[in-house]
Design a binder for this molecule. Structure first.
Ligand code: 9MR
Length: 354
Protein backbone atom coordinates (compact mmCIF):
# COMPACT_ATOMS: atom_id res chain seq x y z
CA UNK A 1 0.00 0.00 0.00
CA UNK A 2 1.38 3.38 -0.97
CA UNK A 3 1.51 5.61 2.07
CA UNK A 4 2.62 9.19 1.56
CA UNK A 5 2.28 12.45 3.35
CA UNK A 6 -0.11 15.09 2.20
CA UNK A 7 0.27 18.66 3.37
CA UNK A 8 -3.10 20.10 4.22
CA UNK A 9 -3.76 23.72 4.86
CA UNK A 10 -6.37 23.80 7.58
CA UNK A 11 -7.35 27.30 8.59
CA UNK A 12 -4.05 29.03 9.24
CA UNK A 13 -2.29 25.85 10.34
CA UNK A 14 -0.28 23.39 8.32
CA UNK A 15 -1.16 19.81 9.10
CA UNK A 16 0.79 16.73 8.06
CA UNK A 17 -1.49 13.85 7.33
CA UNK A 18 -0.12 10.40 6.57
CA UNK A 19 -2.27 9.49 3.63
CA UNK A 20 -3.00 6.03 2.33
CA UNK A 21 -3.11 5.79 -1.43
CA UNK A 22 -5.63 2.97 -1.22
CA UNK A 23 -7.69 4.36 1.52
CA UNK A 24 -10.92 4.53 -0.41
CA UNK A 25 -10.85 0.87 -1.34
CA UNK A 26 -10.04 -0.01 2.28
CA UNK A 27 -13.45 1.16 3.38
CA UNK A 28 -17.10 0.56 2.80
CA UNK A 29 -18.30 2.35 -0.28
CA UNK A 30 -21.98 2.66 -0.89
CA UNK A 31 -24.75 5.01 -1.74
CA UNK A 32 -25.15 6.78 1.57
CA UNK A 33 -28.35 8.49 0.58
CA UNK A 34 -30.00 5.37 -0.71
CA UNK A 35 -28.95 3.42 2.37
CA UNK A 36 -30.38 6.07 4.70
CA UNK A 37 -33.63 6.08 2.74
CA UNK A 38 -33.83 2.31 2.87
CA UNK A 39 -33.41 2.38 6.64
CA UNK A 40 -36.06 5.08 7.02
CA UNK A 41 -33.55 7.45 8.53
CA UNK A 42 -32.79 11.07 7.71
CA UNK A 43 -29.14 11.73 7.04
CA UNK A 44 -28.69 15.47 7.05
CA UNK A 45 -26.04 18.08 6.44
CA UNK A 46 -25.72 21.72 7.47
CA UNK A 47 -25.35 23.88 4.38
CA UNK A 48 -24.17 27.39 3.60
CA UNK A 49 -25.73 29.58 0.93
CA UNK A 50 -22.66 30.68 -1.05
CA UNK A 51 -21.10 27.33 -1.91
CA UNK A 52 -24.56 25.92 -2.56
CA UNK A 53 -25.04 28.61 -5.20
CA UNK A 54 -21.58 28.50 -6.77
CA UNK A 55 -19.75 25.25 -6.18
CA UNK A 56 -21.03 22.28 -8.16
CA UNK A 57 -18.92 19.80 -6.19
CA UNK A 58 -20.42 21.12 -2.96
CA UNK A 59 -23.88 20.70 -4.50
CA UNK A 60 -23.07 17.14 -5.50
CA UNK A 61 -21.75 16.22 -2.07
CA UNK A 62 -24.88 17.62 -0.43
CA UNK A 63 -27.46 16.10 -2.78
CA UNK A 64 -25.54 12.90 -3.48
CA UNK A 65 -24.96 11.82 0.10
CA UNK A 66 -27.66 13.27 2.27
CA UNK A 67 -31.45 13.12 2.48
CA UNK A 68 -31.96 16.28 4.51
CA UNK A 69 -30.50 19.77 4.98
CA UNK A 70 -30.22 22.24 7.86
CA UNK A 71 -29.47 25.93 7.23
CA UNK A 72 -26.14 26.43 8.98
CA UNK A 73 -26.62 30.19 9.29
CA UNK A 74 -29.02 31.70 6.80
CA UNK A 75 -32.22 31.17 8.78
CA UNK A 76 -30.78 32.81 11.87
CA UNK A 77 -32.35 35.98 13.12
CA UNK A 78 -29.58 38.45 12.15
CA UNK A 79 -29.74 37.35 8.51
CA UNK A 80 -33.51 36.99 8.22
CA UNK A 81 -34.53 40.23 9.95
CA UNK A 82 -31.46 42.51 9.98
CA UNK A 83 -33.64 45.55 10.69
CA UNK A 84 -36.97 45.46 12.43
CA UNK A 85 -39.65 44.65 9.88
CA UNK A 86 -37.13 44.19 7.03
CA UNK A 87 -36.82 40.57 6.05
CA UNK A 88 -34.35 38.90 3.72
CA UNK A 89 -35.40 35.49 2.53
CA UNK A 90 -32.97 35.14 -0.37
CA UNK A 91 -30.75 32.65 1.47
CA UNK A 92 -33.53 30.59 3.06
CA UNK A 93 -35.44 30.49 -0.26
CA UNK A 94 -32.35 29.19 -2.08
CA UNK A 95 -31.92 26.38 0.44
CA UNK A 96 -35.54 25.34 0.59
CA UNK A 97 -35.76 25.36 -3.23
CA UNK A 98 -32.59 23.27 -3.51
CA UNK A 99 -34.02 20.78 -1.02
CA UNK A 100 -37.26 20.54 -3.01
CA UNK A 101 -35.45 20.13 -6.32
CA UNK A 102 -33.38 17.30 -4.92
CA UNK A 103 -36.11 15.55 -2.97
CA UNK A 104 -34.54 16.40 0.38
CA UNK A 105 -36.26 17.34 3.62
CA UNK A 106 -35.36 20.44 5.67
CA UNK A 107 -34.72 21.13 9.34
CA UNK A 108 -35.24 24.77 10.31
CA UNK A 109 -32.58 26.39 12.48
CA UNK A 110 -33.26 28.44 14.59
CA UNK A 111 -35.88 30.62 16.32
CA UNK A 112 -34.88 31.65 19.86
CA UNK A 113 -31.15 31.75 20.54
CA UNK A 114 -28.68 34.09 22.25
CA UNK A 115 -26.31 34.32 19.24
CA UNK A 116 -26.47 35.84 15.79
CA UNK A 117 -29.15 38.35 16.76
CA UNK A 118 -29.44 41.63 14.87
CA UNK A 119 -28.23 44.68 16.76
CA UNK A 120 -31.69 46.22 17.05
CA UNK A 121 -32.87 43.12 18.86
CA UNK A 122 -29.79 42.32 20.95
CA UNK A 123 -29.38 45.85 22.18
CA UNK A 124 -33.00 46.79 22.66
CA UNK A 125 -34.54 47.15 26.10
CA UNK A 126 -37.57 44.95 25.84
CA UNK A 127 -40.74 44.86 27.85
CA UNK A 128 -42.38 41.47 27.88
CA UNK A 129 -45.34 42.39 25.69
CA UNK A 130 -43.25 44.04 23.01
CA UNK A 131 -40.79 41.17 22.78
CA UNK A 132 -43.71 38.77 22.44
CA UNK A 133 -44.90 40.85 19.50
CA UNK A 134 -41.44 40.78 17.94
CA UNK A 135 -41.30 37.01 18.31
CA UNK A 136 -44.78 36.65 16.87
CA UNK A 137 -43.90 38.78 13.81
CA UNK A 138 -40.67 36.91 13.18
CA UNK A 139 -42.30 33.50 13.60
CA UNK A 140 -45.14 34.36 11.26
CA UNK A 141 -42.72 35.69 8.66
CA UNK A 142 -40.15 32.87 8.80
CA UNK A 143 -42.05 29.76 9.80
CA UNK A 144 -45.10 31.01 7.94
CA UNK A 145 -43.18 31.41 4.70
CA UNK A 146 -42.07 27.76 4.70
CA UNK A 147 -45.11 26.29 6.37
CA UNK A 148 -45.57 22.72 5.18
CA UNK A 149 -42.04 22.52 3.72
CA UNK A 150 -40.06 22.10 6.94
CA UNK A 151 -39.94 18.78 8.67
CA UNK A 152 -38.68 20.22 11.94
CA UNK A 153 -37.73 23.50 13.59
CA UNK A 154 -35.17 24.12 16.30
CA UNK A 155 -37.49 26.50 18.10
CA UNK A 156 -35.33 26.71 21.21
CA UNK A 157 -31.58 26.67 20.74
CA UNK A 158 -29.12 26.20 23.59
CA UNK A 159 -31.43 27.30 26.42
CA UNK A 160 -28.99 26.21 29.13
CA UNK A 161 -25.68 27.74 30.14
CA UNK A 162 -22.66 26.22 28.38
CA UNK A 163 -21.62 23.94 31.22
CA UNK A 164 -24.38 24.29 33.70
CA UNK A 165 -27.88 23.27 34.58
CA UNK A 166 -29.12 26.86 34.89
CA UNK A 167 -31.13 28.43 32.12
CA UNK A 168 -29.05 30.79 30.02
CA UNK A 169 -29.68 34.45 30.71
CA UNK A 170 -30.58 35.47 27.17
CA UNK A 171 -32.83 38.33 26.18
CA UNK A 172 -35.84 36.02 25.93
CA UNK A 173 -35.45 34.88 29.53
CA UNK A 174 -34.80 38.39 30.75
CA UNK A 175 -37.96 39.83 29.21
CA UNK A 176 -40.38 36.90 29.45
CA UNK A 177 -39.02 34.70 32.22
CA UNK A 178 -38.73 30.91 31.95
CA UNK A 179 -41.98 30.67 30.11
CA UNK A 180 -40.41 32.10 26.97
CA UNK A 181 -39.73 28.47 26.07
CA UNK A 182 -43.35 27.35 26.24
CA UNK A 183 -44.45 30.58 24.63
CA UNK A 184 -42.09 30.19 21.64
CA UNK A 185 -43.22 26.59 21.15
CA UNK A 186 -46.90 27.57 21.22
CA UNK A 187 -46.24 30.42 18.81
CA UNK A 188 -44.32 28.18 16.39
CA UNK A 189 -46.99 25.49 16.60
CA UNK A 190 -49.75 27.95 15.76
CA UNK A 191 -47.85 29.12 12.66
CA UNK A 192 -46.62 25.73 11.42
CA UNK A 193 -48.69 22.97 12.98
CA UNK A 194 -47.05 20.30 10.80
CA UNK A 195 -43.44 20.87 11.83
CA UNK A 196 -41.81 18.86 14.60
CA UNK A 197 -40.70 21.36 17.21
CA UNK A 198 -37.38 20.87 18.96
CA UNK A 199 -35.22 22.04 21.81
CA UNK A 200 -31.65 21.79 20.49
CA UNK A 201 -28.78 21.60 22.99
CA UNK A 202 -25.11 20.65 23.40
CA UNK A 203 -23.15 18.99 26.21
CA UNK A 204 -26.14 16.79 27.00
CA UNK A 205 -25.20 13.74 24.92
CA UNK A 206 -23.40 11.92 27.73
CA UNK A 207 -25.69 12.71 30.66
CA UNK A 208 -24.83 14.91 33.65
CA UNK A 209 -26.40 17.89 35.38
CA UNK A 210 -27.15 19.82 32.20
CA UNK A 211 -28.83 16.80 30.63
CA UNK A 212 -30.85 16.28 33.82
CA UNK A 213 -32.01 19.88 33.72
CA UNK A 214 -33.06 19.45 30.08
CA UNK A 215 -34.91 16.29 31.06
CA UNK A 216 -36.77 18.16 33.81
CA UNK A 217 -37.63 20.98 31.44
CA UNK A 218 -38.89 18.61 28.74
CA UNK A 219 -40.96 16.62 31.27
CA UNK A 220 -42.51 19.79 32.62
CA UNK A 221 -43.40 21.08 29.14
CA UNK A 222 -44.98 17.77 28.17
CA UNK A 223 -47.00 17.65 31.40
CA UNK A 224 -48.38 21.04 30.46
CA UNK A 225 -49.20 19.81 26.92
CA UNK A 226 -46.82 22.32 25.38
CA UNK A 227 -46.14 21.34 21.74
CA UNK A 228 -42.61 19.98 22.13
CA UNK A 229 -41.89 17.06 19.83
CA UNK A 230 -38.17 16.48 19.91
CA UNK A 231 -34.80 17.02 21.49
CA UNK A 232 -31.74 17.77 19.38
CA UNK A 233 -28.49 16.30 20.63
CA UNK A 234 -26.10 18.64 18.83
CA UNK A 235 -23.16 16.23 19.21
CA UNK A 236 -20.11 18.43 18.65
CA UNK A 237 -17.65 15.81 19.85
CA UNK A 238 -13.94 15.75 20.50
CA UNK A 239 -12.25 12.66 19.06
CA UNK A 240 -12.14 9.99 21.77
CA UNK A 241 -15.03 11.46 23.70
CA UNK A 242 -18.11 10.18 21.93
CA UNK A 243 -20.21 8.94 24.88
CA UNK A 244 -20.53 5.17 25.19
CA UNK A 245 -24.02 5.52 26.58
CA UNK A 246 -25.45 7.60 23.75
CA UNK A 247 -28.29 5.12 23.19
CA UNK A 248 -29.31 5.17 26.87
CA UNK A 249 -29.12 8.95 26.96
CA UNK A 250 -31.34 9.24 23.90
CA UNK A 251 -33.81 6.67 25.19
CA UNK A 252 -34.23 8.55 28.44
CA UNK A 253 -35.84 11.30 26.38
CA UNK A 254 -37.65 9.09 23.88
CA UNK A 255 -39.26 7.31 26.85
CA UNK A 256 -40.99 10.62 27.56
CA UNK A 257 -42.63 10.35 24.13
CA UNK A 258 -40.20 12.66 22.35
CA UNK A 259 -38.06 12.15 19.26
CA UNK A 260 -34.30 12.60 19.72
CA UNK A 261 -32.30 13.58 16.64
CA UNK A 262 -28.56 14.05 16.32
CA UNK A 263 -28.59 17.54 14.87
CA UNK A 264 -25.03 18.90 14.50
CA UNK A 265 -22.60 16.01 14.46
CA UNK A 266 -18.88 16.60 14.06
CA UNK A 267 -15.86 14.95 15.66
CA UNK A 268 -12.88 17.26 15.86
CA UNK A 269 -9.39 15.83 16.04
CA UNK A 270 -6.45 17.50 17.83
CA UNK A 271 -3.58 18.35 15.47
CA UNK A 272 -1.41 16.94 14.13
CA UNK A 273 -4.07 14.78 12.55
CA UNK A 274 -2.78 11.34 11.50
CA UNK A 275 -4.29 8.48 9.56
CA UNK A 276 -4.88 6.55 12.78
CA UNK A 277 -7.14 9.23 14.22
CA UNK A 278 -8.93 9.57 10.88
CA UNK A 279 -9.62 5.82 10.97
CA UNK A 280 -10.80 5.95 14.58
CA UNK A 281 -13.05 8.83 13.70
CA UNK A 282 -14.65 6.58 11.10
CA UNK A 283 -15.66 4.25 13.93
CA UNK A 284 -17.03 7.18 15.90
CA UNK A 285 -19.27 8.23 13.03
CA UNK A 286 -20.36 4.60 12.70
CA UNK A 287 -21.15 4.51 16.42
CA UNK A 288 -23.34 7.61 16.28
CA UNK A 289 -25.34 6.49 13.24
CA UNK A 290 -25.72 3.06 14.78
CA UNK A 291 -26.96 4.62 18.03
CA UNK A 292 -29.64 6.49 16.09
CA UNK A 293 -30.66 3.29 14.31
CA UNK A 294 -30.99 1.54 17.66
CA UNK A 295 -33.26 4.18 19.12
CA UNK A 296 -36.72 3.76 17.72
CA UNK A 297 -37.61 7.43 17.96
CA UNK A 298 -34.39 8.80 16.50
CA UNK A 299 -35.43 10.25 13.13
CA UNK A 300 -31.92 10.93 11.93
CA UNK A 301 -28.41 12.26 12.13
CA UNK A 302 -27.24 15.59 10.69
CA UNK A 303 -23.54 16.37 10.20
CA UNK A 304 -22.48 19.98 10.73
CA UNK A 305 -21.00 20.85 7.35
CA UNK A 306 -20.38 19.37 3.91
CA UNK A 307 -16.56 19.44 3.97
CA UNK A 308 -13.56 20.51 6.02
CA UNK A 309 -13.16 23.95 4.47
CA UNK A 310 -16.73 24.79 5.42
CA UNK A 311 -16.47 23.54 9.00
CA UNK A 312 -16.76 25.94 11.95
CA UNK A 313 -14.24 23.83 13.89
CA UNK A 314 -10.79 25.13 12.84
CA UNK A 315 -11.86 28.70 13.55
CA UNK A 316 -13.65 28.03 16.85
CA UNK A 317 -11.37 25.32 18.21
CA UNK A 318 -7.89 26.24 16.98
CA UNK A 319 -5.59 23.24 17.13
CA UNK A 320 -8.31 20.81 16.09
CA UNK A 321 -9.47 19.93 12.58
CA UNK A 322 -10.87 17.32 10.19
CA UNK A 323 -14.18 16.99 12.03
CA UNK A 324 -16.37 16.04 9.05
CA UNK A 325 -16.84 13.08 6.67
CA UNK A 326 -15.36 14.92 3.64
CA UNK A 327 -11.96 16.61 3.53
CA UNK A 328 -11.06 19.99 2.04
CA UNK A 329 -10.90 18.42 -1.44
CA UNK A 330 -14.28 16.79 -0.98
CA UNK A 331 -12.56 13.41 -0.72
CA UNK A 332 -14.67 11.07 1.42
CA UNK A 333 -13.01 9.95 4.64
CA UNK A 334 -13.46 6.82 6.75
CA UNK A 335 -16.16 8.81 8.58
CA UNK A 336 -18.32 8.47 5.50
CA UNK A 337 -17.54 4.77 5.30
CA UNK A 338 -18.42 4.42 8.98
CA UNK A 339 -21.88 5.79 8.29
CA UNK A 340 -22.26 3.49 5.27
CA UNK A 341 -21.19 0.59 7.44
CA UNK A 342 -23.74 1.37 10.17
CA UNK A 343 -26.52 1.75 7.61
CA UNK A 344 -25.57 -1.45 5.79
CA UNK A 345 -25.73 -3.74 8.79
CA UNK A 346 -28.72 -5.98 8.94
CA UNK A 347 -30.74 -5.53 12.08
CA UNK A 348 -33.95 -7.15 13.16
CA UNK A 349 -37.26 -5.63 14.00
CA UNK A 350 -36.11 -2.12 13.37
CA UNK A 351 -37.82 1.03 12.36
CA UNK A 352 -40.97 1.10 10.32
CA UNK A 353 -40.42 2.99 7.08
CA UNK A 354 -41.31 6.65 7.34
O1 9MR B 1 -21.63 26.73 12.15
C1 9MR B 1 -22.07 28.01 12.55
C2 9MR B 1 -20.97 29.03 12.29
O2 9MR B 1 -20.77 29.19 10.91
C3 9MR B 1 -21.34 30.35 12.93
O3 9MR B 1 -20.23 31.26 12.80
C4 9MR B 1 -21.66 30.13 14.40
C5 9MR B 1 -22.05 31.43 15.09
O4 9MR B 1 -22.38 31.22 16.42
O5 9MR B 1 -22.73 29.22 14.51
C6 9MR B 1 -22.41 27.96 14.02
O6 9MR B 1 -23.47 27.05 14.23
C7 9MR B 1 -23.82 26.78 15.58
C8 9MR B 1 -25.28 26.41 15.60
O7 9MR B 1 -26.05 27.40 14.99
C9 9MR B 1 -25.76 26.14 17.02
N1 9MR B 1 -24.96 25.16 17.67
C10 9MR B 1 -23.50 25.39 17.63
C11 9MR B 1 -23.06 25.58 16.17
C12 9MR B 1 -21.56 25.70 16.09
O8 9MR B 1 -21.17 26.88 16.75
Amino acid sequence: MAVGVVVLVVGAALVLVPWSGERESDHAEGDLRQLADARGMDLGVAVAVDPLARDSTYQDVVSGNYTSMTAENTMKWSLVQPERGEFDFSGPDALVDFADEHGMSMRGHTLTWHNQLPEWLAEGEWEEEELREVLQEHTEALLGRYQGRMQAWDVINEPFQDDGPELRENLWLEAMGEDYIAHALWTANAVDPDAELYINEFNVEGGGAKSDALYELASDLLERDVPLHGIGFQSHFLHGQVPDDLVEQMERFTDLGLDVAVTELDVRIPEPVGQEQIEEQGQEYRQVVQACLEVERCPGVTVWGAAEHHSWVPEWFPGTAQALPFDENYVPKPARSGMVDALSRRRQGRRPSR
